[in-house]
Design a protein around this ligand. Structure first.
Ligand code: GDP
Length: 604
């Protein structure tokens, strides 16, 4: 039923895996890249092609437990399997992972443990399924309970699933005690550790009786044996090949060779603002980490380094952090998702001696932000232009976005930058909708020509007036550029609201017909929550209206009007988080001066 169960460390290295099929399309890599690195682990399922992947973190050991199965299957035991395997693996190999051999440890015994747990859960859930059609309301028990009071009815129904989870916990506890010299386990006759046993039919039968019992540290034989891995294992061999997650290095892409290349200025972030942005109230630390209840005891606890991060300790710190992000104009939904993701990667992690929750959360959030903002693809447009040149075709960039955000102004700024790098540019006036749009571009082209007094840069405007099909004009412009040795075509499109379907269809058509090298979304840095809606709907329109099997999506962003936002820079985070794409330029001002376009190359 499963395709794969694997245990990775957070760097993507495989400690242990059990594969039932060879997976196509690297869904686990997809999970790491799109969910774990991009801080989307607040969601609980990842769908890639035909696979569904679920995961759970063991933050105290920096491990991720991942299960992959066919998405059409409804496997009710997946969550339980993840949690059970996590507990068993931690209990067995905790010291190995932390101290001894780390990822190079020998986990081959775990194959047998895993198989036993899986079989046991499959049996349990399939028998639950078999019983399912018989509703509780139809049973005698329901009748008799009704005659008494209503309360026990709901209580007993609701507690069923909880009992299952409790059972597993207690079974594991009992297993642990079994190996301990002091362990009593509450059993009259604990099973021998040296005997590898499987559940007998008689113990299977006893299972239902056992579930109705009130637990008090006791464990039933059937459950014990199903989970007892002490004597089993060793026969199955585990594939110990440690797979390097190559894509992790991709996050380091994006440095430019500036030899002879016109470069624009980097964003200048005032140093002293940084701490202000992350004021998480360290003074209230004791309240936040919930460890101030016992005075001397909490101090002692902190000395022993045994404090664990829990929802109670993390929530107040993350709430402050979320407010701080929203205050800096990060979309609320994104701030929520990000905090949820950071929380899930910290829950259960042990705090070191004197370590503060707020400091750990802050470090974790900082590295999450760096990961999100670090471009995953090359930003070197000049190199891509050279590549297109060698293929004897013009490089095509399409600018899209809503009305008035500064599309044509920033298209002209990009053109100015290209001219400084001796690129021959054709501007295609494809906003055939808004009156004045073509004239505005004509003025820009004239100004740019006037500024271009030396070097090999050339700029020309390709225009066909208004009311015509913009996809056709763009096609003609590209053909014209090819025939006249232009290096680059910059396509200006009509601004449109994301809910205007006819205009969104026209945009999608322009993209499908001309297949530009880059689709750049131009958005205002002022935008807050609205950015989520804009980007999602533009991307959806490109996909839904394209009629293509492999539709295009936004390849990157230009953030405009950065000069007007002060320190409210959150839109940069919102936009990169939503699209997973980099910010190519940040526009600061209304002129073409060279410092107006700012590369966001190594965003941090
Ligand atoms: P379009 O409708 O999207 O093509 O937007 P325009 O390029 O016509 O720009 C709309 C207005 O925004 C114009 O007044 C621009 O001068 C102004 N604008 C564009 N970029 C910036 C910027 O980076 N900073 C500031 N302050 N204004 C800008």
């Amino acid at each position: 039923m499963l395709d794969l169960f694997t245990i990775l460390n957070k760097g993507g290295l495989v400690l242990w895996k059990h594969a039932y099929t060879s997976l196509t399309g690297s869904p686990v890599e997809g999970l790491i890249k799109n969910i774990l690195i991009e801080e989307r682990s607040g969601t609980d399922i990842y769908i890639k092609d035909t696979y569904a992947l679920k995961w759970t973190f063991a933050n105290e050991l920096d491990l991720v437990f991942v299960v992959a199965y066919q998405k059409i299957l409804q496997l009710s035991y997946i969550d339980e399997l993840l949690e059970t395997i996590k507990r068993l693996f931690i209990e067995t190999y905790k010291d190995t992972v932390v101290t001894d051999q780390g990822i190079h440890g020998d986990y081959s015994d775990f194959d047998a443990v895993f198989s036993k747990v899986l079989v046991s859960l499959e049996q349990k859930h399939s028998s639950n399924r078999a019983r399912a059609p018989r509703k509780f309301e139809n049973t005698k028990k329901f009748e008799t309970t009704l005659k008494g009071s209503q309360a026990p009815v709901s209580q007993s129904t609701a507690s069923n699933t909880k009992v299952d989870n409790d059972e597993i916990t207690k079974n594991i506890k009992a297993l642990k005690l079994q190996g301990s010299p002091r362990g009593k386990g509450g059993r009259k006759q604990p099973p021998s550790r040296t005997t590898s046993s499987t559940a007998s039919p008689s113990t299977e039968k006893k299972k239902s009786q056992k579930q109705m019992r009130v637990w008090d540290g006791q464990i039933a034989k059937g459950e014990m044996e199903a989970l007892d891995y002490s004597g089993g294992g060793g026969d199955d061999t585990v594939d110990e090949a440690l797979i390097k997650a190559q894509h992790l290095d991709a996050a380091k892409l994006g440095t430019k060779n500036n030899q002879g290349i016109y470069e624009v200025q980097d964003v200048d972030v005032p140093e002293d603002d940084e701490d202000e942005d992350y004021d998480f109230g360290d003074d209230d630390e004791d309240d936040n980490d919930g460890s101030n209840k016992g005075g001397i005891f909490s101090f002692f606890k902190s000395m022993t380094g045994q404090r664990e991060m829990t929802e109670e300790t993390l929530d107040p710190v993350l709430a402050t952090m979320k407010d701080s992000m929203i205050d800096k104009n990060v979309g609320k939904e994104i701030a929520d998702r990000l905090c949820e993701s950071v929380k899930s990667s910290l829950l259960g992690k042990k705090l070191g001696s004197f370590e503060r929750v707020s400091a750990v959360v802050r470090t974790s959030m900082e590295s999450a932000l760096k990961r999100i903002l670090t471009p995953k693809t090359s930003l070197d447009i000049l190199r891509d232009i050279e590549q297109a040149k060698s293929e004897k075709r013009p490089y095509v960039i399409t600018f899209i976005g809503v009305n008035g955000v500064g599309k044509s102004t920033n298209l002209s700024k990009v053109c100015f930058w290209l001219l400084q790098n001796n690129v021959k540019v054709l501007i295609a006036a494809c906003d055939t909708f808004r009156s004045g749009a073509v004239e505005q571009l004509r003025v820009h082209a004239r100004n740019l020509r006037a500024l271009q007094t030396s070097g090999g840069g050339v700029v020309e405007l390709f225009e066909r007036g208004y009311g015509k099909d913009s996809a056709g004009i763009a096609k003609d412009a590209i053909a014209y550029a090819g025939a006249n040795n232009f290096d680059v075509v910059l396509i200006d499109t009509a601004g449109r609201m994301q809910d205007n379907e006819p205009l969104m269809r026209a945009l999608s058509k322009l993209v499908s017909v001309n297949n530009p090298d880059k689709i750049i979304f131009v958005g205002e840095a002022l935008v807050g929550n609205e950015a989520v809606d804009q980007l999602t709907k533009f991307n959806n329109a490109l996909k839904d209206f394209s009629g293509l099997q492999n539709p295009r999506h936004i390849d990157g962003m230009i953030l405009t009007k950065f000069d007007t936002i002060d320190d409210k820079v959150g839109a940069a985070l919102t936009m990169t988080y939503i699209t997973g794409q980099p910010i190519y330029f940040v526009g600061c001002g209304q002129t073409y001066r060279k410092f107006d376009i700012i590369t966001f190359g190594t965003a941090s």
